[in-house]
Write a protein that binds this ligand. Structure first.
Ligand SMILES: Cc1ncc(COP(=O)(O)O)c(C=O)c1O
Length: 507
């Protein structure tokens, strides 16, 4: 993830009025109010916490514990398909003479079910570190990563690194492994290996041309270095320079600004094109936003058309054949598929400006970008949508002052059903954070021990069963014993015993 990104200014993160939500109201393309309850992708989410005599086909009948994480896998496949369609339309409209390739930037969410879903949707695969190589190998073994798929290897992979060594081994199993060099020194790790490679190079714009946030980026090499490295690659038997990578590096809500920021990379591609016979891919990296709030979203169709027009113009100016385009989509692919559901454990009116609604979990450990970057996500109640609302603040149950939502410093309003603590005994209030599927879980840690020793929540993976119903996998949350074990309790007695027989020398 690029921490230098400018946080998009969100304005709508939920319901924004004291009035009840009208029945049938659509918050966005997958969230809708229905008889006082929230439906996401058509599912009544509050029903997960109730015993249901007739759940939808394949959905659990038993009440699930809260907090609860939901991964809705059909959404991932739909996102891939939608972007592929979007570029196909643009290619037809513009008359662009080369293809578009969708790659999933797996750092956004590397869970098995996520990677499996992107590959099932036909995505190429982008990776960034050594463990990723083993993930790719497993996907190859299961047939999900067939030989025609590109494996784009970003990240630092210098000579002697386990990552580079394993990429060489992977190349022996898979014909389309493309290391994208971050640094000139990385080439040696592959050229001496005895295995043929196609290479990419990551271009870094001159310091003065970069936005303030990216100015001192450690990624990529400058134009002179791209030229030297490309020449060295093409002079080396068994090596070909095929791809130029130029990433904007920030989730932008402005399609034009995004394409403008890619222009130096596109221009370099156009100028290099004629002298490098194998060069055929321009990889614009990540940064295409997902829809994490309810605001006007990025116009993907407009972006694709603007990008194709710009590439055509620059390539025409330099007499270069337009490249096949690769996008590495992280947040776009996986933001929307995940939600995290909590119960409000109490309402506390303690003289603070707004009443506190406290959730039975941690906001800051579940969504680290809220406190680290001041980012916003969609937050809506799952029930009581037909009651009056009031403006509130949410607090997690850790002892941390940053464990709040909206994030500290945010002035965005959050409205939830107007209940007091005594109402909650009779009828619980549940709420969900939506579009949290990119980076949040990876940054917060999957199944690790967390702040204030809160256990990992139960997770339910929902997929369609191909016959109009669902298939659910329930991954139980951590027990107290799991957390203690994770933190080394239970080992203490053994360690203590070992120390008495072999004391560690002091000083
Ligand atoms: C090289 C590279 N490609 C793709 C991505 C994915 O970016 P995003 O999640 O904005 O699509 C990143 C994120 O940092 C990246 O570093």
């Amino acid at each position: 993830m690029d921490f230098s990104q400018a946080t998009p200014v969100a304005s709508r993160i939920g319901w924004q009025s004291p009035a009840p939500v009208p029945d049938g109201y659509r918050f966005n393309h997958f969230l809708e109010a229905s008889r006082g309850r929230l439906r996401a992708h058509g599912l009544d989410l509050a029903a997960f916490f109730e015993i249901s005599p007739s759940p939808g086909r394949g959905l659990p009948a038993e009440a699930m514990p809260s907090p609860l994480e939901i991964a809705f896998l059909p959404n991932i496949r739909a996102q891939v398909a939608a972007m592929v369609r979007c570029f196909r339309r643009a290619i037809d409209d513009v008359g662009y003479p080369a293809p578009f390739h969708f790659a999933f930037a797996s750092k956004a969410n590397t869970a098995e079910e996520v990677v499996r879903s992107t590959l099932a949707a036909g995505a190429h695969h982008e990776m960034s570190s050594d463990v990723d190589v083993e993930i790719a190998r497993r996907m190859i073994r299961t047939g999900l990563l067939p030989p025609d798929r590109m494996v784009l290897a970003n990240g630092f992979k210098g000579p002697g690194s386990a990552y580079a060594r394993n990429l060489v081994a992977l190349r022996a199993e898979h014909p389309r492994v493309i290391p994208i060099l971050e640094d000139a020194a990385e080439l040696e790790a592959f050229t001496g290996s005895g295995v043929d490679f196609e290479f990419g190079i990551r271009f870094r714009r001159p310091r003065e041309e970069q936005g303030v946030a990216d100015r001192d980026s450690r990624f990529g090499v400058n134009e002179a270095e791209v030229r030297r490295l490309a020449a060295r690659i093409d002079e080396t038997p068994g090596s070909r320079f095929v791809l130029l990578h130029a990433m904007f590096g920030s989730a932008s809500s402005d399609e034009e600004a995004f394409v403008d920021a890619l222009e130096p990379g596109l221009d370099l591609y156009a100028r290099l094109g004629q002298s490098h016979p194998h060069l055929r891919f321009f990889d614009f990296g990540g940064g295409v936003p997902g829809r994490t709030t309810l605001d006007r979203s990025f116009d993907y169709d407009r972006f694709a058309r603007l990008l194709l027009h710009r590439v055509l113009a620059l390539c025409a100016a330099h007499g270069t054949k337009p490249p096949a385009l690769i996008g590495e989509f992280g947040r776009y692919t996986v933001s929307e598929h995940a939600a995290h559901l909590f119960r409000i454990i109490t309402v506390k009116e303690n003289g603070s400006e707004l009443p506190w609604y406290l959730v039975n979990g941690s906001i800051m450990t579940s969504f680290p970008d809220t406190w680290a970057l001041g980012e916003h996500f969609i937050c809506l109640p799952l029930n009581h949508l037909d009651r009056p609302f009031r403006r509130v603040r949410l607090g997690g149950i850790t002892c941390d002052r940053d464990d709040v939502y909206p994030p500290r410093g945010s002035s965005l309003p959050l409205f939830l059903p107007d209940l007091d603590a005594s109402d909650l005994g009779e009828t619980p209030l549940y709420l969900g954070f939506f579009s949290v599927g990119a980076y949040q879980e990876m940054l917060g840690g999957v199944r690790g021990s967390k702040h204030c020793v809160l256990p990992e929540a139960t997770e339910i993976l929902i997929d369609d069963d191909g016959e109009g119903g669902f298939r659910c996998d329930i991954l139980p949350g951590h027990t107290t014993e799991d957390v203690l074990h994770n933190l080394g309790y239970g080992r203490t007695a053994r360690v203590g015993a070992a120390r008495t027989t072999a004391p560690v020398p002091m000083g």
